[in-house]
Design a binder for this molecule. Structure first.
Ligand SMILES: NC(=O)c1ccc[n+]([C@@H]2O[C@H](COP(=O)([O-])OP(=O)(O)OC[C@H]3O[C@@H](n4cnc5c(N)ncnc54)[C@H](O)[C@@H]3O)[C@@H](O)[C@H]2O)c1
Ligand SMILES: [Zn+2]
Ligand SMILES: [Zn+2]
Length: 360
């Protein structure tokens, strides 16, 4: 039976859209049919939170933040109450929340891609259109849960909820193996995760680029790249020189920046594949010389599906990698304003808001 004191309220962090964080009091939810109540353990911050919510509420549709919603779309925690009708998960289970709850019956949901659920009424992303992980408790639907293996921490799991899941999907779309030199443009948490996963998948040469020194230094310090080059006027020539004049087999843009996207396209060799993960902005290139005549393919990739997320957590254990190694800063919930400000400044690795045993 539940030990939760429902007379007490919980504090949740919201993003008003003026580069600040505010706290509000919320009832501790009671799980209904097919729902669970999680004790939040770790809630990491994604670049999309900064880009589309923190500074300004820019997002529309699926990226539209509903003012007053508890923020945080990378939640991981432990089930403390399971509502009636749960079929697989139970109290005590450690779980990652696939961060979008879909209608369950549209074509995209049936493929496991609740990210692109077509129901405007039923599709709700945690931390955007329904309450997310920046509070001590989270109400989630059982169908959105992925079991967190015992070998992984809650802070490993939180990053799978969006970042690592997204990267794994992008890398699976372009296919990465020991045949490949891989260029990653943008070394924020998503770019660092791209290097970590591409290496685990066998990539034989990893090249990273960014414009922020602290981020390049971190990629070097963590040993995630063979080469890190500043993203300046010489970067294309340097990447070509590092690959025998051919270019890389695979490139991943994690910056959303026009120049970096152009670099990814041009630094990829004939027959190569490029994936765009970084969002927003624009890109201009010359289709005939840049892609058509060199037989290149550009993929767009949005989050992942839930079965791939389930396979990813299993493989992360087998590969003996730890997503939490990318976390440079952990804060308790009351320090959420500092956590978001730090992530917005961009001179850090992954930033996590943590609870209970994840406070270190
Ligand atoms: N496609 C998806 O499903 C999906 C999911 C999650 C996040 N994202 C997006 O991925 C991107 C990265 O996320 P993040 O959390 O790492 O954010 P981030 O903003 O911390 O990282 C972006 C990095 O790109 C770098 N950059 C900017 N201009 C550059 C240039 N010209 N060359 C090289 N690097 C450059 C920045 O310095 C920064 O380090 C964001 O756009 C985010 O919205 C997409
Ligand atoms: Zn995200
Ligand atoms: Zn749907």
């Amino acid at each position: 039976m539940s030990k939760i004191d429902r007379k007490a309220k919980m504090t949740g962090a919201i993003l008003p859209g003026n580069s600040t964080v505010e706290f509000r009091q919320y009832e501790i939810p009671v799980p209904g049919y097919g729902e669970v109540l999680l004790k939040t353990k770790s809630s990491t911050i994604c670049g999309s939170d900064i880009r589309a919510i923190y500074h300004q509420h820019l997002g529309k549709g699926p990226e539209g933040y509903q003012p007053g919603m508890i923020a945080g779309h990378e939640p991981c925690g432990q089930i403390v109450e399971a509502g009636p009708g749960c079929r697989r998960f139970k109290e005590g289970d450690r779980v990652v929340v696939y961060h979008i709850s879909g209608c369950g019956v549209c074509n995209d949901c049936r493929r496991g891609y609740m990210i692109s659920c077509t129901s405007s009424l039923h599709r709700k992303a945690y931390g955007w259109q329904r309450n997310g992980g920046m509070a001590p408790y989270l109400l989630a639907e059982e169908k959105d849960l992925v079991a967190l293996p015992n070998e992984l921490s809650y802070t490993d799991g939180a990053q799978v909820a969006c970042g690592f899941g997204t990267v794994y999907e992008g890398l699976e779309k372009i296919g990465v193996s020991g045949n490949d030199a891989v260029l990653v443009a943008g070394l924020g948490p998503v770019g660092l995760a791209s290097l970590m996963l591409a290496k685990a998948m066998g990539a034989s040469k990893l090249i990273g680029t960014d414009v922020v020194k602290e981020r390049m230094d971190l990629a070097v310090k963590l040993g995630l790249a063979d080469e890190v080059v500043p993203s300046d006027g010489d970067v294309l020539a340097k990447v070509m020189a590092l690959t025998g004049g051919h270019g890389v087999e695979r490139a991943v843009d994690c910056s959303g920046n026009d120049k970096a996207r152009q670099l990814c396209i041009r630094a990829t060799r004939k027959w190569g594949k490029i994936v765009f993960i970084g969002e927003g902005g624009t890109v201009s290139f010359h289709p005939s010389p840049d892609i058509i005549h060199d037989q290149k393919t550009i993929y767009g990739s949005w989050v992942t599906n839930i079965w791939r997320m389930e396979e990813l957590v299993e493989r992360i254990v087998r590969w003996k990698i730890r997503p939490e190694d990318l976390v440079t800063h952990r804060f308790p919930l009351e320090k959420a304003p500092t956590a978001y400000a730090l992530m917005a400044e961009g001179k850090c690795g992954k930033v996590a808001v943590v609870f209970d045993e994840e406070i270190k």
